[in-house]
Structures are given as C-alpha cells and as structure tokens.
Design a protein around this ligand. Sequence first.
Ligand code: C2E
Ligand code: MG
Ligand code: MG
Ligand code: MG
Length: 290
Amino acid sequence: RAKDLGRANFQFFSSELNARLQERMALEAALRCALRSDGIRVEYQPIVDLCTGRAVGVEALARWTDRHLGVVTPDRFIRVAEECGLISDLGRRILQLACRDLSHWLAAGRTAMQISVNVSVRQFREADLIEQVSAALELAQLPPELLCLEITESVMLQDTQANETTLRRLKELGVSLAMDDFGTGYSSLSYLKRLPFDKVKIDRSFVRDLAVDPGDAALVRSIISMAHDLGIAVVAEGVETVEQCRFLKRHGCDLIQGYLFSKPLPADAIETLDAEGRCLTCPLESEAAP
Ligand code: C2E
Ligand code: MG
Ligand code: MG
Ligand code: MG
C-alpha cells in the first residue's frame, strides 16, 4: 500500500543519504589531512603548438591518492574542497607547486614555457585570489606572463560586474587568461568580446566526434574563426587521434592538448620533453614540423 511504500522509500532514501553523507565526511577529513601532509600532487600535461609540434606550455592537474580511499579524481575533490571551505588552501597549494616546478625547469635550462593553472568557481570568487596569485609568482620569482589561469566558462554564468573586475585585476598583474571548457555552459560569445581572455579552450566533448559529427565539426570551425577575429588563441583539449589533429590544424587551431601528444606527467617526467619542448615519442613530429 501507498503508505507502507512511502515509509519504505523514506527509509531507503534516508539510509542512502546517510551513506553519502558519511562518505562525504570521510572525504573531507582525508582532504584536510592531505593538505596538511603534502598529500596533494600535481601532474603536467603538455600543450602543443600545432605549427611547430612543440610543447609551449603545460597544464597543472591536481592529483590525490589517499591511503584508504585510493585515487580520488580532481572533479570530485575540488567539489568537496569548494563545499567545505578548503578551496582557498588547496588552490594556493597548487599554484605554489606549479610555479615552483616551472621555475625549476627554467633554471635547468628549458626554454620558456607557460604554466596553466585551473581556478575553480569558488576560488575565482575568493577575496584573496589576486594576492594568492601575486604571492605565488613572487615566491617562485616567475615573470607573470608565464602563468596562465584557466577559468571555467561556468563562472561566467553569473554575468556580474565583479567577474569583470576580477579578470581585469588579474590582467593588470600580467598573467594570461584562458576560458576553459568552452562550449559547455551557456557560452555567450559576447563574453569573449568584452572580457580580457587571451585563449579559449574548446571542451573535449566537441573534439571527440570532430571527424564523424558534422555538427561538432561546424561548431569547432566557427569557434576557431570567431576567436581569431577577436584576437584570441584557441586550444583544443582531449585530442586523441591523428584525424582530430589534422582537422584542427587544417582549420587554424593554434594549440592542442590531449593523449595523442601526451598524458599528464609527473613533474620529473617533463624531462621526456627535450629542452625545446619536443616530445620524444610524439606521433605528430613529422607532420607538424614547420
Ligand atoms: P580541465 O581543466 O578541463 O582539464 C582537462 C582534463 O581532461 C583533465 O582531467 C585531463 O587529464 C583530461 N584529458 C586531457 N587530455 C585528454 C584526452 O586526450 N582524453 C581524455 N579522455 N581526457 C583528457 P582531470 O585531470 O581528471 O581533471 C578534470 C577537471 O578537474 C579539470 O578539467 C579541472 O576542471 C579540474 N581540475 C583538475 N586539477 C585542478 C586544479 O588544480 N584546480 C582546480 N580548480 N581544478 C582542477
Ligand atoms: Mg583546465
Ligand atoms: Mg578544460
Ligand atoms: Mg574539461
């Protein structure tokens, strides 16, 4: 009967809710612990210039393996960090690690490359973001133009004056700005015209079927030409096949990032790139050479 069913459902939901809550709390406690004990690491994925076939930058991607919970994906722990107020600590930590690693590579003789660091929605709205960024640059003695901040398009869902002010202040610091996951939110092309972004990153969901889906192909082509008209460089993420790469190159995409060139690598493995950023095992090498 409906009444019993209702009660059973309630019990089912409440115990499931309870389990989820416990899991969340365990995750939160473990994350606090990881932040205290240097348990968060960063890996780096090369970003490759399609004209030269060389890595001109890397994206820093946070990694966390907990002793009990195992590998926790960044999508998951970033969300938890945002919800429980740890995002500022976590963000600061990742910025510092990334800037430090880049300054080590430069000191070891690598030609200048840019480091891209993701900024989450909440982190973008933190009052001390500007201070965090300038402190990290100063600590690592890095010129600001070598740092690129990736801000996801969903930040712009709230089209506020505050967003614009924060972006302008970051530009004044001299860092470069990329709009991440472009095409997934309610992208308004007018944002790109008005806001001071230097790059757009086409989300990998559009890159995936590029070679087979005419709709995706048309979309990617028009993002590229529109961005170029506005003087904005285009990065395609999630490039896995030579066909995708050829398409992007043919349509004037500037930079690519994806498993075709390299997975995210631990900091010391960035040495598998030679000093000029050539990937020693790159399948593009012959095609992409100038
Ligand atoms: P994102 O910034 O769009 O990063 C790109 C994601 O695509 C990364 O996933 C990367 O490993 C993955 N990827 C790169 N190439 C390929 C490919 O060819 N094929 C496929 N299937 N995937 C590819 P990851 O590392 O799991 O990160 C997921 C998201 O978590 C990131 O998306 C970013 O939004 C967030 N994230 C990661 N690290 C950080 C961080 O340090 N701070 C913040 N705020 N967010 C982070
Ligand atoms: Mg990103
Ligand atoms: Mg992205
Ligand atoms: Mg993405």
